[in-house]
Design a protein around this ligand. Structure first.
Ligand code: TXA
Ligand code: MG
Length: 351
């Protein structure tokens, strides 16, 4: 492995480590670092060559723009133009935190960072190590999730090492990412702000702060592409094919049991994505509980890790329950459906 893997105190990051990592960024290198959502793969967002290196390291299509991470509010105007009052209000309420906003870009931001677009995505993360690194690295850190393109986002430094250990210069290990799903993205380039990617900050929280907020219709409709380029690709995917089984819990479990038995008869092994409330219902396959429906943050937190574990256990297919919970359901189901490539099996309620 080429990358240096260094443990860092997530609450009170060691300045000596931050200084070394910041120097790598200022010299055009790549540093993977923890944020409160998922691990990011950082480069200097104002340096076109660094951004090109990020795309290369991830194997990411070059039309899929990067998010610029800042550490202080004053820097927003350096990267972005036409910042409406609503955006300022969201920043005051949710920054630093798991929220990304999109505006027209300024000239200082290279097209290599924005995937050729005239708009730019900006976020101020809440993780102390991320904030310290951004300051040390020059203030504008472009960072996609630190996975190989198409793989589940990393929530542990070990996931980053697995995907990118050969291609980045340094990996900062700050333990588990707290939220486990990528930031909510709100587009402010239209008259009414639009959610391009659901996340921990859900629609209700945005509406209660600024009033009207729309959902990108492309997230739901089959025949209309999502506006965020990254939401168009099959994404977040484990290696084995995944299908979501929807329906009343008992019936869905019975159906998944049946599918898992059929897989065993074929000589394979099914992975089953269940939760604390239902795991006892399964008698076949490799069952993993990802959390509790009554505390649905735990489901968001473990989703990507469990998808990676199924890869390691080399299951031949994966069946998941549906997790349409009130708090995190939008975000969890958005990622799960993408991981499933849209395969949803509906179990009828009664005959
Ligand atoms: O939580 C997060 O946001 C993490 C951490 C590291 O901060 N980052 C992250 O970046 O998820 P990435 O590159 O994996 O996802 C960025 C998403 C992509 O879907 C991309 O297409 C979209 O944001 N995006 C970025 N700039 C955009 C723009 N100008 N217009 C529309 N979509 C944009
Ligand atoms: Mg990503």
């Amino acid at each position: 492995m080429k990358a240096e893997l260094i443990k860092i105190n997530p609450k009170n990051p060691e300045q000596e480590i931050i200084d070394r990592a910041g120097k790598i960024l200022r010299e055009g290198g790549l540093v993977a670092f923890p944020t409160e959502t998922v691990y990011g793969l950082g480069g200097d967002g104002l340096n076109a060559e660094s951004s090109a290196r990020i795309y290369q390291a991830k194997g990411r299509p070059s039309d899929n723009p990067l998010i610029i991470h800042i550490a202080q509010m004053e820097d927003l105007e350096t990267a972005a133009r036409r910042i409406p009052k609503g955006a300022v209000r969201l920043a005051e309420r949710f920054w630093p935190g798991p929220l990304t906003m999109i505006f027209p870009k300024t000239d200082i931001v290279p097209y290599e960072t924005t995937g050729g677009l005239d708009s730019v995505a900006v976020r101020m993360p809440g993780h102390p190590a991320a904030l310290a690194l951004i300051r040390a690295g020059g203030g504008f850190v472009a960072a996609p999730s630190a996975n190989r393109s198409g793989r589940p986002s990393p929530t542990l430094a070990a996931h980053v090492a697995e995907d990118l250990g050969e291609t980045v210069d340094m990996i900062l290990d700050g333990g588990r990412a707290g939220i486990g799903l990528e930031s909510t993205i709100v587009d402010f380039t239209e008259d009414v702000p639009v959610i391009l990617r659901p996340g921990y900050i859900n629609r209700e929280m945005l509406v209660s702060c600024i009033g009207q907020v729309n959902m990108d219709p492309g997230l739901q409709e089959q025949n209309r592409p999502p506006k965020a380029p990254g939401m168009r690709y099959r994404h977040y995917s484990p290696r084995a094919p995944l299908a979501i089984v929807q329906g009343e819990a008992g019936r869905a479990a019975a159906f998944i049991n049946e599918l898992a038995r059929m897989e065993e008869q074929k000589g394979g092994r099914a992975g089953i994505l269940a939760c604390r409330e239902t795991e006892h219902l399964y008698q076949a396959g490799l069952v993993k509980s990802i959390g509790s429906r009554s505390l649905d943050e735990t489901i968001a937190k473990h989703l990507y890790q469990v998808l990676r574990e199924f890869d390691q256990e080399q299951v031949s297919c994966i069946y998941s329950e549906s997790f349409d919970t009130p708090r995190m359901g939008q975000a969890v189901m958005n990622r799960l459906k993408k991981a499933a490539g849209g395969r949803v099996i509906q179990v009828p309620d009664d005959e």
